[in-house]
Design a protein around this ligand. Structure first.
Ligand code: FES
Length: 213
């Protein structure tokens, strides 16, 4: 989804809510039986076929964050060859090589049993605001929704913008880069229904904010 298409999607949802709710329900229900990593790898294949550099830059990091390895992404790119042809495959490989994949967190960044980790003082983040914290090597967005803390992965599902730098309105954060929105209490993506950013349980213990990560 390009930025132009995205704003068009949001506009249509407002102008034609009944028609759009069927389309959005289709997105939700058609993705029920595939795990996120597989879905994003399939999206990579479609972006090779269309030779959409923007789409590749969007979906390769998302596949990596869901646990795909660079070799699996390369396999997906090569799978597109019979339809996409060699030129598209080579160009997609160039996009893959240009991405800083080492800087991306994967869904399994923190290994072992989850632990409660102190990330802030209880009064450290004002109600209605967000912040970025580190916990067990992960970058986490921490939100104070009317005095209750919520935590999600910091990287936006779109292109990795920092959700902890976004604007919080009620329980909805708007990514500061291109405006994707997420419910911080569940991680649900409002812009792409059916997709979710990882969320972490949060609590206040002994005057400290802790998250289970
Ligand atoms: S990075 Fe584009 S909306 Fe978040």
């Amino acid at each position: 989804v390009t930025e132009e298409e995205l704003s068009g999607l949001q506009w249509l949802s407002r102008e034609r809510p009944e028609a759009m709710q069927h389309l959005l329900a289709f997105f939700r229900e058609s993705a029920q039986h595939l795990d996120p990593k597989t879905r994003f790898l399939i999206s990579v294949v479609t972006k090779v076929v269309n030779l959409s550099e923007r789409g590749l830059r969007q979906y390769i990091p998302r596949a990596i964050r869901e646990g795909a390895t660079p070799d699996e992404v390369l396999d997906a790119i090569l799978c597109a060859y019979p339809v996409a042809g060699l030129t598209n495959v080579i160009d997609a490989v160039q996009v893959l090589r240009s991405l800083d994949l080492d800087g991306l967190e994967t869904a399994s960044a923190a290994t072992g049993e989850p632990e409660w980790v102190t990330v802030a003082r209880g009064d450290g983040i004002a109600p209605g605001t967000a912040s970025v914290v580190e916990a067990r090597g992960r970058s986490v967005a921490l939100f104070n929704v009317d005095g209750t803390y919520h935590a999600t992965a910091n990287a936006c599902l779109h292109q990795g913008g920092e959700l902890g730098c976004g604007a919080l309105d009620g329980s909805v954060v708007t990514c500061h880069r291109h405006g994707w929105q997420f419910d911080v209490t569940t991680g649900d993506c409002m812009t792409r229904p059916g997709e979710q950013v990882q969320s972490f349980p949060a609590r206040v213990e002994g005057g400290e904010v802790q998250i289970l990560v």
